[in-house]
Design a protein around this ligand. Sequence first.
Ligand SMILES: Nc1ncnc2c1ncn2[C@@H]1O[C@H](COP(=O)(O)OP(=O)(O)O)[C@@H](O)[C@H]1O
Ligand SMILES: [Mg+2]
Length: 391
Amino acid sequence: MINSKLSVKIETKDAKLSNELESMVIAGGGLRIVGSEGKESPDLLIFELSENFNEEFKTLQSLLTSNTVGEIFLTAKTKDTDLLLKAFKTGAKAFFFQPIDPEEVREALESFKARADQAQHPVINARHTKGEVIHVMGAKGGVGTTTIAVNLASILAGKKDGNSVALVDLNTVFGEVPLFLSLKPVYHWGEIVKNIQRLDATFLMNILTLHSSGVHILPSPGYLNGHPPATPEIMGNLLDLMRKNFDYVVIDGGQSLDKASLKSIEMSTQVLMVSLLSLPCLANTNKLIRSLSSQGLAQKDRVKIIINRYMKNSDISLEEAKNSINNDIFWEIPNDFNTTMSAINQGKALNDISPKAPITRNLIELAESLSGSPAIDERKKKKGKGFFSFR
Ligand SMILES: Nc1ncnc2c1ncn2[C@@H]1O[C@H](COP(=O)(O)OP(=O)(O)O)[C@@H](O)[C@H]1O
Ligand SMILES: [Mg+2]
């Protein structure tokens, strides 16, 4: 490395403010000033906005997007909260109203140095997490993929051992996670795709919406708005960062088998393939398993078949289903249209509206089984499969 000190460029409208900021930057150590004429891309740009801030925001955003600057701090004479909001939407990491408070600047510079340090040593600094990635996918639309993903995430987050949980919706345009949880998220997937070079733990946490269940949500774009699709590389980077920051990352993968979804399936510790006891669903399950198998992704200990809406008296028995897909069935979830529909219509998790309902208790058991709770393993040994064994 030519110079281990992080570089800071200061662009203000008057020299006095520039000198003031310069001495604050130097005082903290570990940073060096680069001249405003220099061609070097600074790690940090401290920029003073003028009256013409809308144009300036556009330029600043493109500086960030093109990686011409690492981070941006802003300052302005006007005390306007709207301006502040715009500044943070643009991606500014700090905003100083004038007259500048030296303590505020000092704190922002220290955080900047800490972030840069974390980016250089991500593994050393990463919190120790379980890092489980659970990809939930459906053999068909409407089989209950979103119901299972949303409720699993909220149950895992509600467990006493304080797991950190994130829920990612991969269903572009048709993502329903926010509806299931009555959320109006500000950001979605598209933000990550557009700003992938800025993706670090801080950026990620700013984009996720925290639901009252404790689950951090990353929804999908609600409509096509010129967002480029997620590539396998982007998915790889995102999931890698997420598993370093969360104990469980649950993915509502819908029916997608595009390249980004295949990457998510590849990186998952468990893949839940949701199916029903119906001929078309079982035929699709067969096709899905074969497709995953052709990509080397169908390991039996990882890909688990879940039969949703299970009814004891169904025309097709579990044994017949098992034979037809040539795979074990890992779990059955009972049929309960009223409770699931009522949860969806209220925008709440099953645990919140009907904690005692058999379907909720079944999903709690599923969560425990997936998270390797010793209690459930013991019970399984004694009783077969969970409380709600329908065989
Ligand atoms: N175990 C279940 N019993 C009865 N109905 C269910 C069950 N799971 C989901 N559903 C219903 O199926 C419908 C589709 O569920 P959803 O989770 O949106 O499926 P997907 O995400 O696969 O399209 C919803 O109306 C939901 O209430
Ligand atoms: Mg869905």
